[in-house]
Ligand binder design. Structure first.
Ligand code: AHR
Length: 517
């Protein structure tokens, strides 16, 4: 875990004096292997995410299948390793058979999660085609709300089966001979939430999901299952109790348990908001503890003997983002959840990504919610698109952070906010793949640069350091159509020996990439 030593606040907001800090790195001090699936994304049948976002039949900007070509280029540039679909809340009343066969013959259904009509023109085949084109791995969320065990089982058979069954024949008839072999399947979405169609108590959900999990693994033993962990963190909800019951029931079948996290800045309190990733650290640590407790109590069901095998269960943070402006019932309909992000949101997103990397040993899947238009890094209209501020940190992490997560030791001046004490101004994560060291740094200070002495304890800098800085004129700066004020500025600095002093600009996210020896 990132250690931080509190030192007194330096200067006053607005003063020119740079504060100082330190980051110590040792390649032997690490947090495990980084699974690239933590830089995943998510598309839901919601507002203009799919229809009007990635899929726009009839648009001059789309290809013959209906995929928006400009959006696909921006998506490809994000290096999406894993894409979750079809929801979200939508998945809890989605009947997958509505979305196969000739597009014009598919039924229109009342869509009750978000208050529209679903035309089902984008279904399993379209999703899998999109996946193949962007080179991501698919992650499908089953309907464990209004859906049945057989419906869930048959979806897996349709997608992954190769035997001569009626279900597999249907897939072949619909144009796909080879099974897709989708590995990641969600056992429902946010089933602890009272808002969820088919919401159940913890015990009822766990018992239902257990049978669905058995059927899934009997259909295809290679599937990996994500149990629905708690998502309702409102005061009074027993989210720890929910996770405990789900883990104790599903620990022999589930491979992941989900965690969702959305944060916002409704009181316009920058200092507190930019520290939100600390809450993610805390939630991950609590859930990791619950996983350890549940896994340590496994017994062989036939003999009652405690089991100490190597079975592991990881965290899937399969929805996370900043989301607070475009919320609420008035948002139901077509143009919904369309957040317009600014620089401070991008700093929070960078901090979340640091948290994911710093928990690489326990978090193996994460999906920024969502990909296009709906709380998203890419924003379209019928003529084009622009890249929101949050696009840039995600792009830099996905493109460059790989290998081993290093346990960086941060010494930083700190401050207190409404929710947190001793918040380090400098928040960091690092990765090492072979010789390639990547250091990700958020300077949370609104007004001051912070000079950081970066020390390599067992390696040397091997020359030029590529510096990518995400910043803008002020923390409220936003991009828009035809206006790009927040982006990435690339420079290089040289470094040799074992230490480098770098001054991180106020309200910035900076990634340093360097070869080490
Ligand atoms: O991502 C938007 C919504 O947030 C999802 O549909 C749901 O799972 C969560 O509440």
């Amino acid at each position: 875990m990132q250690a931080s030593t509190a030192v007194p606040l330096l200067g006053h907001p607005g003063s020119a004096a740079a504060a100082t800090a330190g980051i110590q790195i040792h390649s032997g001090r690490h947090r495990g292997d980084i699974d690239r699936k933590i830089f995943g994304n998510f598309i839901e049948h919601l507002g203009r995410c799919i229809t009007g976002g990635i899929f726009d039949e009839g648009s001059p900007l789309s290809d013959k299948e209906g995929f928006r070509k400009d959006v696909m280029a921006a998506v490809k540039n994000l290096d999406v390793p894993l894409l979750r679909w079809p929801g979200g809340n939508f998945s809890s009343n989605y009947h997958w058979m509505d979305g196969i066969g000739p597009r014009d013959k598919r039924p229109k259904r009342l869509e009750m999660a978000w208050g529209t009509v679903e035309d089902n023109r984008f279904g399993t085949h379209e999703f899998m085609d999109y996946i193949e084109q962007i080179g991501a791995e698919p992650y499908i969320c089953l309907n464990l709300g209004t859906g049945s065990w057989s419906e869930a089982q048959q979806w897996i058979e349709y997608v992954n089966g190769s035997q001569d069954t009626a279900i597999v024949q249907a897939r072949r008839k619909n144009g796909r001979d080879k099974p897709w072999k989708v590995k990641y399947w969600g056992l429902g979405n946010e089933m602890d939430g009272y808002w969820q169609m088919g919401h159940r108590s913890a015990g009822d959900y766990a018992a239902f999901a257990l049978e669905a999990a058995k059927l899934a693994k009997l259909t295809d033993p290679d599937v990996k299952l994500i149990a629905a962990g708690a998502s309702n963190f409102r005061a009074g909800s027993d989210w720890i109790g929910w996770n405990r019951v789900v883990l104790e029931t599903l620990r022999d079948y589930a491979d992941y348990i989900s965690l969702h996290m959305y944060v916002g800045n409704p009181d316009n309190d920058y200092a507190d908001f930019v520290a939100s990733p600390i809450e993610m650290d805390q939630k991950i640590d609590i859930l990791a503890g619950l996983i350890n407790a549940a896994m340590s109590q496994r017994v062989d069901p036939r003999t009652g003997v405690p089991m100490h095998d190597s079975r592991k269960l990881y965290i899937a943070l399969d929805e996370w983002n900043v989301w607070y402006r475009a919320r609420g019932d008035s948002q139901r309909g077509r143009r919904i959840l369309e957040e317009h992000y600014n620089l401070e949101d991008a700093l929070v997103v960078a901090g979340f990504l640091n948290s994911l990397v710093n928990h690489a040993d326990v978090v193996k899947i994460a999906n920024l919610a969502q990909l296009v238009n709906v709380i998203a890094p890419i924003f379209t209209d019928e003529k084009g698109l622009f890249l929101q501020t949050i696009y840039f940190p995600l792009q830099l992490f996905a493109a460059h952070v790989k290998g081993t997560s290093l346990d960086v030791l941060v010494t930083s001046p700190s401050y207190d906010s409404k929710r947190f004490n001793k918040i380090p101004y400098i928040d960091a994560s690092a990765s090492l793949a072979g010789q390639d060291l990547v250091l990700n740094v958020v300077n949370r200070h609104r007004d001051q640069p912070i000079e950081v002495e970066i020390g390599l304890e067992d390696r040397h800098f091997g020359g030029g350091v590529t510096v990518s800085e995400v910043n803008g004129p002020d923390i409220k700066a936003q991009n828009d159509f035809g206006k790009s004020v927040v982006g990435v500025r690339e420079t290089t600095v040289s470094a040799s020996g074992s230490s480098l002093t770098y001054s991180f600009a106020p309200h910035s996210f900076t990634q340093l990439r360097v070869k080490t020896a």
